[in-house]
Write a protein that binds this ligand. Structure first.
Ligand SMILES: [Zn+2]
Length: 520
């Protein structure tokens, strides 16, 4: 089915300009394959000649079969005073052997005169020559009109002349760029509508997020007839980033009723977002719209009560549509309904009037007043619910004793931990060293448990957070430790609280291992 709006991904070029983002050629290929499978229409691989990684990417990309996407190479208009056929940039972009080339050119007279130091007419020639040359070489040409909105606002006639030069030379799509990210949705809509009234070729939109409007600006352009949106996965990009395709795609489909990627891809949106974060080594934003962990999390007792009856009452879409899911947060704000829904989510059958329900609710409230927090420690909560519901349920292991010490000499400091663990009638006594006391304790505990439960080998600690909770008058300050663990398929959180940081850490570690053993 033909898309109504094409998705043009520039994660590998504009996105790679973002601070902290650094893709190898292999990373780029992995992301491109994922994007292709997801169903975006264009994947911009980079700027041939700007660095060896991009060259390598195009070399590999040319050898592959792409199911949905067309690969695009990026470059700029020919240089001033150089014939197009003699321009090195043209040689490099043709060498990339992509079906699509994207050429950026100047719209803004300020840039033509002050930055390029070219005559206005020469810039028009540079645009026309470049596009014509690439069309003659059989390429689909997308023309990125840099600073389209800033240029139009200052010199509308000249801006239009540059776009017309691109159209006349045969550009397949003219993409209006808010390069500095400083324009408002209302301006974008007006100028895009004007461009559409004057040009016959397709119009696209490329926005940056400097005012937080990148998504709103792209949508405003689509609303008046733009049929291509350029952006990046998770909004990576220079400064505050580019338009976030992870938000564009569901907005088009679910809010504007416009088909872009195949409908069957939408439930894979969260996975795509997380995959790209993983490859980029970026932390997944918990508050990301649509795909963040908190996007469909409910805390207030009244909200929770309502969504239990009618999901629509406090959710703008069904979370499953984008591959996300509803979460109910348990906290001292919450009532019994939260506990019930949490229990259901964790696979326990609990009724509102059961004595266990009352018991668990008051237990959670009591522990929270002591400093425990279960919002990010669902695994600890699951263990708590389990022990309340089934008092015969046995723990898989028990720690009988442990010992942690640290010694320091001139060269290094070493922490050592010993643990004695009982499993039924058996026991293991192990010792391990670590960078710090908790690390040593974790290593010793694992070493002991793996003997009985080999599957624990796969568990990794992915995050460790410590917070000091201020004591009230007369009581000592306490430490709360939150641990996130992963078996590479799932993550779970556990909590421990004590006046002693090592004790608090051990509680969270023990819960983490116990929970891992519960899971099938
Ligand atoms: Zn850009």
């Amino acid at each position: 089915m033909k898309p109504q709006v094409e998705i043009y991904d520039t994660t590998l070029r504009d996105g790679a300009q973002g601070e902290g983002i650094n893709f190898s050629a292999v990373d780029k290929l992995r992301i491109a394959e994922k994007l292709d499978a997801f169903g975006v229409h264009y994947i911009e691989g980079g700027w041939p000649g700007s660095n060896p990684k991009d060259m390598e990417f195009f070399k590999q990309a040319a050898k592959r079969k792409w199911k949905n996407a067309q690969i695009a190479a990026f470059s700029m208009t020919r240089r001033k005073g150089v014939a197009v056929e003699n321009d090195e940039l043209m040689r490099l972009i043709l060498e990339a052997k992509t079906p699509v080339v994207t050429i950026v050119g100047k719209t803004w007279l300020l840039h033509v005169l002050e930055v390029l130091r070219a005559k206005p007419d020469e810039n028009l020639g540079m645009i026309g020559d470049t596009i014509r040359y690439l069309k003659d070489h059989g390429k689909k040409v997308i023309y990125d009109a840099e600073h389209a909105f800033d240029g139009f606002t200052e010199e509308p006639e000249y801006a239009l002349a540059t776009w017309q030069a691109a159209e006349k030379a045969g550009a397949d799509c003219i993409v209006l760029c808010d390069t500095n990210g400083g324009r408002l949705p209302i301006e974008i809509a007006k100028i895009t509508a004007f461009a559409k009234s004057k040009l016959n070729c397709k119009i696209g939109i490329h926005t940056h997020n400097d005012c937080g409007f990148a998504l709103a600006n792209a949508i405003a352009a689509v609303d008046v007839g733009a049929i291509q949106v350029q952006g990046t996965i998770n909004g990576y990009g220079e400064r505050t980033g580019n338009c976030n395709l992870i938000s564009v795609i569901p907005t088009l489909e679910l809010k504007m009723n416009k088909r872009s990627v195949p409908a069957k891809s939408l439930p894979k949106l969260k996975e795509l977002s997380e995959f790209v974060n993983e490859v980029a080594n970026m932390r997944h934003d918990v508050r990301a719209p649509w795909v963040g962990q908190t996007a469909f999390a409910h805390k207030g007792g009244m909200h929770v009560h309502a969504i239990d009856r009618v999901g629509r009452s406090y959710e703008h879409i069904k979370p499953e549509l984008v591959g996300n899911f509803r979460r109910v947060l348990v906290s001292d704000m919450s009532g019994r309904t939260n506990i019930l829904m949490k229990a259901k989510e964790l696979g326990f059958k609990l009724t509102p009037d059961a004595p266990e329900t009352r018991e668990i609710t008051s237990k959670v409230k009591e522990l929270e007043s002591q400093g425990y927090e279960y919002e990010a420690a669902e695994a600890s909560l699951a263990l708590l619910i389990r022990s309340a519901m089934d008092n015969k349920s046995k723990k898989h292991f028990e720690i009988e004793t442990y010992h942690v010490s640290m010694r320091r000499d001139k060269l290094e400091s070493i922490c050592e931990a010993t643990v004695r663990v009982c499993v039924g009638k058996d026991f293991a006594h192990t010792v391990a060293e670590g960078d710090g006391p908790v690390n040593a304790l974790d290593a010793a505990l694992r070493r002991a448990l793996v003997k009985f439960f080999p599957k624990l080998k796969a568990i990794e600690l992915t995050d460790y957070k410590v917070r000091i909770i201020n004591g009230t008058t007369g009581t000592a300050a306490k430490t709360r430790v939150l641990i996130t663990s992963s078996d590479s398929k799932r993550e779970w959180g556990t909590v421990g609280v004590s006046q002693n940081i090592i004790e608090a850490s051990l509680q969270a570690l023990v819960d983490s291992m116990e929970y891992a053993l519960l899971k099938k």
